[in-house]
Design a protein around this ligand. Structure first.
Ligand code: 13P
Ligand code: SF4
Length: 307
């Protein structure tokens, strides 16, 4: 897209946002051009919280399905629209209800702790949600001894290390983007830049996390790099984060680890699609009455326990 065309689309987005009373929320993994026009950009926890505070009647979500569903569950009266309703997180589908019921049957004193990267249906049978920025705090505040952590195995194992007093039962879900970040490539990146700090998302595999100088959610990685005196960083998460890292730290250098740090679903979101939806609202997030009544509870519990 040439720059005149881009400017025109951005102007139109501004116009239709006001006209149709929209606020735009975007995740750090979407394209930088989309982050630049969003009203709020953040990690999953921030976006879930801010969705409860916005005044506009309509929310346009530039992210994947589970994020739009969470915004709807927390704000039943608002209309939530996806910029692209095919943008979905594969990890969100990696656990099924039967497995959850089986574990609940087998263990007494168990809490089903559900990473927000899961469908609304899965949330409806869970006790509490977590995000990568609050999992440790939330799990510490849970009264049950046994924790069935779904669906992400890597975040579950990382959290278990921070909360050794709990007994964790893990599931085998994963994020294909973070799983593809290879320990050997991280080591090679450090050999090329020995003075660079390694910052990793807890969805990375354990062998990558062992090399990290700092582990955190997307927002936490950005905050850490911004506050740090270091000048170089090797970033082990999805590449969309480089936009905000660069905006906040023009004097620092950020390196990726190979070319696979790319979430194809997040990258489906474009300026054209954002404009299309806010001009002629479509792809509204609609959940059944039953799901609306049940799946909001673990999200609200998360907001309470993460305070
Ligand atoms: P956070 O922004 O919460 O770190 O989440 C990462 C992620 O994979 C979202 O899809
Ligand atoms: Fe899902 Fe991974 Fe993409 Fe996040 S980066 S939306 S966890 S596939």
């Amino acid at each position: 897209m040439d720059s005149d065309n881009k400017k025109q689309i951005i102007n139109e987005i501004e116009k239709w946002k006001k006209e149709n009373d929209f606020v735009i929320l975007a995740h750090y993994y979407v394209d930088g051009d989309v982050q630049a026009i969003a009203d709020y950009v953040g990690d999953s926890f921030y976006l879930a919280k801010i969705a409860t505070k916005v005044e506009q009647e309509n929310i346009l979500f530039a992210g994947v399905s589970f994020m739009g569903e969470s915004a709807k569950l927390l704000n039943p009266k608002k209309h939530v629209y996806m910029a692209d309703n095919t943008a979905d997180c594969p990890m969100a589908h990696m656990v099924d209800i039967d497995k959850i019921l089986e574990v609940k049957e087998k263990y007494d004193d168990v809490a089903v702790v559900c990473y927000v990267n899961s469908t609304a249906e899965i949330k409806s049978v869970s006790d509490v949600c977590v995000t990568s920025s609050n999992a440790t705090k939330v799990v510490k505040n849970i009264k049950e001894k046994n924790i069935f952590f779904i669906p992400d195995n890597n975040l579950g194992r990382y959290t278990a290390k921070q909360v050794p007093e709990k007994n964790f039962i893990f599931h085998d879900g994963f994020c294909h983007v973070h799983k593809s970040i290879d320990r050997e490539l991280v080591k090679q990146a450090r050999e090329v830049n020995p003075d660079a700090l390694i910052l990793a998302h807890p969805e990375c595999t354990e062998d990558v996390l062992e090399l990290a100088d700092y582990i955190g959610s997307t927002s936490q990685i950005i905050d850490f790099a911004t506050a740090s005196d270091a000048k170089k960083f090797i970033i082990c998460t999805e590449m969309g984060i480089f936009y905000e890292l660069g905006q906040k730290n023009p004097d620092k250098k950020f390196y990726s680890v190979g070319h696979r740090q790319f979430c194809p679903n997040m990258k489906k979101i474009t300026l054209e699609k954002v404009l299309d939806v806010i001009k002629n609202p479509k792809d509204e997030v609609i959940l059944s009455d039953e799901i609306m009544k049940t799946a909001n509870k673990p999200l609200e519990m998360m907001l309470k326990l993460a305070e």
